[in-house]
Design a protein around this ligand. Structure first.
Ligand SMILES: Nc1nc2c(ncn2[C@@H]2O[C@H](COP(=O)(O)OP(=O)(O)OP(=O)(O)O)[C@@H](O)[C@H]2O)c(=O)[nH]1
Ligand SMILES: [Mg+2]
Length: 279
């Protein structure tokens, strides 16, 4: 595809519990508070899909899991540099994404999403990734059976799941892999960054947790058409009174950050969208 024909539709892809709803809600809060590099341009907008999550965060409560059947549209008209554009996202239950690899099939909805969005943002929560044994971790001869968690036939390791997922979405989109992929643009986001307590860069975390998946991506994608970042849309758990009080006192839009390629923290969540639009 020609670079000049890349559209600005962004698809956030993420399994259950990977902070999609929290990110969208916090992103909207930033845009509305005019605190970021992307600003609200004009009404009307449609935020019904995240209204409940927005109200919960304002009360210092965590968002609730989005039911599998939900496909709520969120559209926010924004101004970025000199451009006016409409950011549209879908908030859906992450189980839809899990089903793509568990059942090895995608429906029309996902086919359309894969085709119509030229900018993909993949949310991966590394704090919840544990290693099943697989060949990228050690050679077969080195396997110490006592240390290996038994993997059932139906249970792929996380990295194979993410490889399957990207493969399925590329297939749905009809993107061939004979030449390096320049569209869709891809950002891989290591989410809930605070859980990691690390000074490493996002790429280092991805390499540590999912080396084979990273290898798969670099083999397929053009070097400047993908990047690896971090994000903590909520910044910390809201499972205790002190954290909840912070949200009530300082408002949700004061919290959350992204982690740039070099490991630097940026409080402006809208930067993730700017980077996606700039790839
Ligand atoms: N520690 C930490 N937890 C977070 C952060 N952002 C979100 N969470 C928590 O992660 C959990 C999942 O967040 P959601 O936004 O509901 O995740 P989701 O991807 O929409 O999940 P589904 O709707 O099930 O697909 C919630 O308990 C959030 O409070 C963060 O920055 N740090
Ligand atoms: Mg959700």
């Amino acid at each position: 595809m020609d670079e000049t024909t890349v559209n600005d539709n962004i698809l956030i892809i993420g399994p259950p519990n990977s902070s999609k709803t929290t990110f969208l809600t916090q992103l909207y809060g930033r845009i509305q508070a005019k605190k970021g590099c992307i600003k609200l341009s004009k009404t009307p907008m449609n935020i019904t899909g995240i209204k409940n999550a927005y109200n919960r965060l304002a009360d210092g409560l965590e968002t609730e899991a989005t039911p599998a059947s939900i496909n709520a549209e969120v559209s926010i008209p924004v101004k970025w540099k000199e451009n006016e554009l409409e950011l549209t996202f879908k908030d859906y239950g992450g189980e839809q994404v899990r089903d793509i690899t568990a059942l090895l099939e995608y429906d029309k909805t996902w086919e359309t999403r894969a085709k119509e969005n030229d900018r993909w943002i993949l949310f991966i929560r590394p704090g919840q990734i544990y290693h099943h044994y697989d060949l990228s971790i050690t050679g077969y001869a080195d396997v110490d059976k006592s240390k290996v968690k038994e993997v059932s036939h139906n249970e792929l390791s996380h990295q194979y799941n993410f490889i399957e997922l990207i493969q399925a979405l590329l297939h749905a989109r009809g993107t061939g892999i004979k030449t390096s992929i320049s569209v869709p643009k891809l950002i891989i986001v290591m989410t809930c960054w605070d859980e990691l307590n690390t000074t490493n860069t996002p790429l280092e975390i991805l390499l540590e947790k999912l080396p084979l998946f990273y290898n798969f991506i670099t083999t397929l994608w053009k070097k400047d058409s993908f990047t690896v970042l971090g994000a903590a849309p909520q910044e910390f758990r809201l499972d205790n009174i002190a954290a909840k009080d912070k949200y009530l006192d300082e408002l949700p839009e004061s919290f959350g950050y992204i982690v740039l390629e070099n490991g630097q923290i940026d409080k402006d969540l809208t930067r993730l969208i700017e980077i996606s639009l700039s790839l």
